[in-house]
Design a binder for this molecule. Structure first.
Ligand code: 5GP
Ligand code: MG
Length: 202
C-alpha cells in the first residue's frame, strides 16, 4: 500500500530555498552579526558594560532566530515582540500593529531586530522607531528574506539579509499561511489548491 503523503508536504508547489542553503546562509549570517556586535562592544570604555539584545518579531522569526543565535558565540539576551500584519488568510500586509508590550529597557544597549521577511517594511519601520525612541547604543535589522524594493511602503532596509526573493507569498521555516506551514523546513510556495482548500474550511 502506498504511504499517503502528509498534507504539509502535499500542499507545497515548489521549494525556493532548500534546507541546506538556509543552514549555510544562517551560519554565515550569525558569524557576521556576531563579529559586528563584538566590534561595537570592544569600542565601549568598559566592554563588560555592553549589552546585546536580540528582538525577534513573533511569530515568523521564531525558527530563524532559534538557528541564528546558536551561531552567535557571545553573551546576548532575547526579548520578543509580537506584531500582527497578515491576520488570518490575508496574503497582503494589512499594516503593522504591535500586539502587547515592547521591551522598555533598551537604552544604551546594542539591539538587533530579527524578522523572517522584509516586504512592505511597515513592521520593521514601526518596531525600529519605537526602539530608537529609547536611546539604544545601536539598532540593527536582520532578516532571513527580502522581497524586491518595489514592495516597500516605508523607506527602510535590512542591515543583514539572507536571501532576496521575488514578490511571491512564501511559507516554511517559520513563515505561515493562516497559522500553518511554519514547521515546513524550507522556504516554499504553496499550491493554489492548498490556499483555496483552507479558505473553504472557514
Ligand atoms: P511588512 O510589514 O514588511 O509588509 O511585512 C513583514 C511581515 O509580513 C513579516 O514579518 C511576515 O510575517 C509577513 N510576510 C510578508 N511577506 C510574507 C510572505 O511572503 N509569506 C508570509 N508567510 N508572511 C509574509
Ligand atoms: Mg512577521
Amino acid at each position: 500500500m502506498a504511504t499517503k503523503e502528509p498534507p504539509l508536504f502535499r500542499d507545497i508547489d515548489r521549494v525556493l530555498i532548500d534546507r541546506e542553503a538556509i543552514a549555510a546562509r544562517v551560519r554565515a549570517m550569525g558569524a557576521e552579526v556576531a563579529a559586528d556586535l563584538q566590534r561595537a562592544i570592544d569600542r565601549h570604555h568598559d566592554p563588560a558594560d555592553a549589552q546585546v539584545v536580540l528582538i525577534p518579531i513573533l511569530t515568523g522569526a521564531l525558527v530563524f532566530t532559534a538557528d541564528l543565535i546558536r551561531q552567535m558565540p557571545m553573551m546576548l539576551c532575547l526579548r520578543v515582540v509580537a506584531v500582527s500584519s497578515y491576520p488570518g488568510r490575508s496574503m497582503a500586509s494589512k499594516g503593522a500593529k504591535i500586539a502587547g508590550e515592547l521591551p522598555q529597557d533598551l537604552a544604551g544597549k546594542h539591539v538587533v531586530i530579527v524578522d523572517d521577511i522584509l516586504d512592505t517594511g511597515q513592521t520593521l519601520a514601526v518596531v525600529k522607531r519605537l526602539i530608537q525612541e529609547q536611546g539604544p547604543a545601536s539598532v540593527r535589522i536582520c532578516v532571513l528574506l527580502r522581497k524586491p524594493e518595489s514592495c516597500r511602503k516605508e523607506r527602510i532596509d535590512a542591515d543583514y539579509s539572507g536571501f532576496d526573493i521575488p514578490d511571491e507569498f512564501v511559507v516554511g521555516y517559520g513563515l505561515d499561511y493562516d497559522g500553518f506551514y511554519r514547521n515546513y523546513p524550507q522556504i516554499a510556495v504553496l499550491r493554489a489548491a492548498a490556499t483555496s482548500a483552507l479558505e473553504s474550511r472557514a
